[in-house]
Design a protein around this ligand. Structure first.
Ligand SMILES: [Zn+2]
Length: 293
């Protein structure tokens, strides 16, 4: 994204470092992310949008898609692999090769709307996973859990009114992208939290809002938009979640996945910009996903 941009390559190194330091690394199986195909992307974005992104991609220098979102000569490949990771992870989990998968990818995806890049995001990775699960594997109900500090407006844009997908989200409000409080459709379960909210407010939102909705929906697979920028050490925003909160919220959702979805979970990295907190929190989340907590 350019020098001094918070969405930087060191984010993935920070997660790698903590996977090694925690000892979790030796329990994981690794896969290289393949490139998503136009067919897979076109389940979420109009094909003209996918083609336009391919055309915007520069062979040198940087182009800006919006004030926060840029592409350099490597960005198209990275974006295609981030979305491809979503597809591969869904395949691995739905063919029972693994129960769960975490995709350590950049760029993130949840602000990417049907036909608009936004907020560091080019393709909506979690949406690509959901539609792949539905179209390629015949699932009828997929839940998306979004605990990034920012509202996943792109995911909402793609799935509002889609009865095959339930989205449960918490985010700081009022805050970028200033959406998520208008309850656009019954399948959207948004819980805006005011600045300064922490563990207590998270737990109340999950127990009172998310879990009843998830129980009623009975998802056949659970996807996470796993952003770690609501951490108290992350100065991108003003929520105050701790490392342990990420384990807790993952445990709550995993219990639903175990009951209804044969434990099938795929998690896509979204935000998280305080490197140490990002790495530690991702490890807490992955440990629960892997059943190693
Ligand atoms: Zn975010």
């Amino acid at each position: 994204m350019g020098a001094h941009h918070p969405e930087r390559p060191e984010r993935l190194s920070a997660i790698e470092d903590q996977l090694i330091a925690s000892g979790l690394e030796s329990f994981l199986t690794r896969y290289d992310a393949p490139l998503a195909t136009d067919e897979q992307l076109a389940r979420v974005h109009p094909l003209e949008y996918v083609k336009a992104i391919r055309e915007y991609a520069p062979s040198s220098g940087t182009v800006h898609l919006d004030p926060d979102t840029a592409m350099n000569p490597f960005s198209l490949q990275a974006a295609l692999r981030a979305a491809g990771a979503a597809v591969l992870a869904a395949d691995l989990v739905l063919t029972r090769k693994h129960n769960s998968a975490f995709c350590a990818v950049r760029p993130p995806g949840h602000h990417a709307c049907r036909a608009r890049p936004m907020g560091f995001c080019i393709f909506n990775n979690v949406a690509v996973a959901a539609r792949h699960a539905i179209h390629a594997h015949g699932l009828e109900r997929v839940a998306i859990i979004d605990f990034d500090v920012h509202h996943g407006n792109g995911t909402e844009d793609i799935f509002e009114g889609d009865e095959q997908v339930l989205m449960a989200s918490i985010f700081q409000h009022p805050f970028y992208p200033y959406s998520g409080t208008d309850h656009p459709a019954p399948n959207m379960h948004n819980v805006p939290l005011s600045a300064g909210s922490g563990s207590k407010e998270l737990k109340k939102a999950v127990i009172e809002e998310w879990l009843p909705a998830l129980e009623e929906f009975r998802p056949e697979m659970v996807l996470f938009s796993a952003g770690f920028d609501a951490h108290l050490e992350d100065d991108m925003a003003m929520l105050r979640f701790t490392d342990a909160d990420y384990a807790w919220v993952t445990e709550q959702v995993k219990a639903v996945a175990d009951r209804h979805a044969k434990g099938r979970m795929v998690s896509m990295l979204e935000g998280g910009y305080a490197l140490s907190a990002l790495g530690r929190s991702a490890v807490q989340h992955i440990k629960v996903l892997a059943g190693l907590n």
